[in-house]
Design a protein around this ligand. Structure first.
Ligand code: HEC
Length: 146
């Protein structure tokens, strides 16, 4: 009698666990909000710095560094369940953003303008590759003025 009760409790616990939401915390932003308030401004900061000939002082390097880290982690945020549109191309495209962000972060930590400059292309490609497939008719100009 006792063991049946325990078995039922365990089973009940497992069922409850299986039905728990896939993420233990609710997302604060939609994909669109991430684009507008994290991703676009951060990529803009980096691309503008590159197009102006590279960051000039510690403050400008810090801006690029923060933007780069924001982009790298934003790529991860795009891969969360509920945001990822699929487990194939979306994940690859988001990973491009992570990689471009990480590379820019490394360059900014080293304050290496020669390493930073060529990343403009990779950064821009990470946006347009995903937008072509998942957001047709929208091509925000990479690095353009706001
Ligand atoms: C993994 C896919 C993906 C990547 C990578 C990505 N985007 Fe997006 N982006 C989207 C999707 C999907 C939308 C449409 C969101 C919606 O309207 O719900 C969007 C919309 C936007 C918008 C328009 C928001 C509006 O007003 O509706 C801007 C601006 C934008 N992205 C900028 C960028 C920039 C800049 C980058 C690169 C640094 C980037 N995105 C990378 C998927 C992506």
């Amino acid at each position: 009698m006792k063991s049946i009760c325990i078995g039922t409790l365990l089973l009940g616990g497992r069922v409850a666990f299986a039905q728990a939401p896939s993420e233990p915390f609710p997302p604060a932003a939609t994909v669109k909000q991430l684009m507008l308030d994290l991703i676009y401004p951060s990529s803009n900061d980096i691309l503008l710095a590159i197009y102006r000939g590279g960051p000039k002082d510690d403050q400008e390097w810090a801006t690029v560094r923060r933007g780069a880290l924001t982009l790298a982690e934003s790529g991860n945020l795009l891969m969360l369940r509920g945001r990822a549109r699929d487990q194939a191309d979306w994940m690859k495209d988001a990973k491009m953003l992570v990689d471009a962000g990480n590379a820019a972060y490394k360059a900014a930590q080293a304050k290496d303008g020669n390493a930073l400059a060529p990343l403009a292309g990779a950064l821009d490609a990470s946006c347009t590759t995903c937008h072509k497939q998942y957001r047709p008719n929208v091509f925000p100009k990479g690095g353009g003025s706001k």
